[in-house]
Design a protein around this ligand. Structure first.
Ligand code: UD1
Length: 425
């Protein structure tokens, strides 16, 4: 198992290019089950992406990397797809594997998908996914840890899906199922995340008929087949925000390129209120050394609100502000596992229910810490960059699920960061 070692306190300088979005890539990879043939560009080369490719291969899809060096362009071919059974040993690695349910069911009339695993950040049930499939006419059975879904003869039938709560994954599964269903589907209270929009935009290019993209009511007219396209994945907004915080936390001047500033508006508003000094240009942001940071009070919520995937990182930043901050986690019920680890690095944070109460003016001091989930890992790397002395972050495989070459990108800008194979020397 690998660890990351950081010698903190270095100022960063230079340019960072943002990778394609992991969370946009995963449903788009699943959508290749619908498409026959699909080329995706700007796919980040990450453990979660290879997990999805392994799953698709197990279903009989073929894929090849078009750029063999960076592995960011993938051609997928589902013409000879053979199986509709997504096995436990592949699905358990990542919750997003469950996104094959809708495409398999709508294409073949049958899907048997293991209940998923993924980050340990809460219960993360799949009831909303199952509800969407049932509403489109599927018969669903839960058996032996698998969801077994069958459509009636003639396939899924368009209907009104009214989600009681917003779910990114369930919205994506519903959209992928509905594009090949018979007739009209209206999805109410759908997720509006840029990643959902990217999926819709690619499906529309393939020939799907989708209205209301980016709104909470999506209307789909089913079609009988889709055509081959090439699609460029949007930039990873979570990675952008993480690197912005890396710049602020190290009092650095960094230029972050290949971004879409429209996707991070709420985050930019928050850091502006905190006193972060930055300038936005078309597809880039320049972050300058900031003065004293003000505390922050925020709640995570579905897009366009503050993303839960940046909660851990903003908690780290709030530790360095002057005053008391309050950060409420509203999406996942167990997403504060970074807090005891940040406290080991010198933070002063307590937890009250779903609120993190942060006493600012902390100075981080290096220590050995343990990454517990993907975004928690990023928050520890950030704290390590700002810390006096050496920080060792163990279990970095979480980080490799979601941040492409984070250590290389940071070290190219002057951070002292490297990997070691031995978790406990
Ligand atoms: C996606 C993102 C993840 C992000 C999350 C919320 C991907 C691959 N992952 O995850 O990084 O943190 O959105 O922005 O895109 N829920 C139910 N029943 C369901 C489905 C979800 O109760 O059937 C609950 C979840 O437990 C959670 C909330 O709804 O509390 C939001 O989850 P959801 O939006 O579905 O997250 P994911 O799609 O899993």
């Amino acid at each position: 198992m690998e660890s990351i070692i950081i010698k903190g306190g270095k100022t960063l300088k230079g340019t960072i290019n943002i990778s394609g979005s992991k969370n946009a890539s995963l449903p788009l990879l699943a959508s290749s089950i619908l498409a026959g043939k699909l080329q995706l560009n700007n796919v980040p080369y990450l453990a979660d992406i290879t997990s999805m490719l392994d799953l698709l291969s197990s279903l009989g899809l073929k894929y090849k990397y078009i750029d063999k060096k960076n592995k960011n362009s993938i051609f997928l071919d589902s013409t000879d797809k053979v199986s509709s059974i997504a096995e436990y040993n592949l699905v358990r690695k990542m919750r997003a594997s469950f996104l094959v349910l809708g495409p398999l069911l709508t294409r073949t009339g049958f899907a048997k998908v293991s209940l998923p695993g993924g980050c340990a950040i809460g219960l993360r049930p799949v009831d909303l996914h199952v509800y969407a499939m049932k509403t489109l006419g599927a018969e669903i059975e839960l058996n032996d840890g698998y969801v077994i879904a069958k459509s009636k003869k003639g396939g899924l039938i368009g209907n009104k899906i009214k989600f009681p709560d917003i779910s990114v994954g369930a919205t994506e599964n519903a959209i992928m199922a509905a594009v090949l269903a018979r007739g009209e589907t209206i999805i109410k209270n759908s997720a509006r995340e840029p990643e959902v929009q990217d999926l819709c935009n690619c499906l529309v290019a393939m020939g799907a008929k989708i209205d209301g993209i980016g709104t909470s009511v999506i209307t789909i007219q089913g079609v009988t087949d889709l055509k081959q396209v090439t699609h460029d994945i949007i930039p990873d907004r979570i990675e952008v925000c993480t690197f912005i915080i890396a710049a602020v936390i190290t009092q650095s001047h960094l230029s972050i390129h290949k971004i879409n500033t429209n996707h991070i508006k709420y985050f930019l508003k928050i850091i502006e209120e905190m006193g972060v000094n930055f300038k936005i240009e078309k597809n880039k942001i320049e972050v300058f050394k900031s003065g004293i940071l003000k505390p922050v009070s925020l709640k995570t919520s579905a897009y366009p609100g503050f993303p839960t995937d940046i909660q851990a990182q903003i908690v780290t930043l709030a530790c360095l502000s002057i005053g008391n901050s309050e950060i409420q986690e509203n999406i996942f019920e167990n997403r504060f596992m970074h807090i005891p680890e940040l406290n080991r690095l010198g933070a002063n944070i307590s937890i009250e229910g779903n609120k993190a109460l942060i006493k600012g003016k902390s100075s981080f001091v290096g220590a050995e810490v343990m990454a517990t989930d993907l975004r928690a890992s990023a928050s520890l790397i950030l704290a390590g960059l700002a810390a006096k002395g050496i920080t060792k972050v163990n279990r970095v495989y979480h980080l490799d699920r979601g941040y492409e070459k984070i250590d290389q990108k940071l070290s190219a800008c002057g951070a002292e960061i490297y990997r070691t194979k031995n978790e406990r020397p």
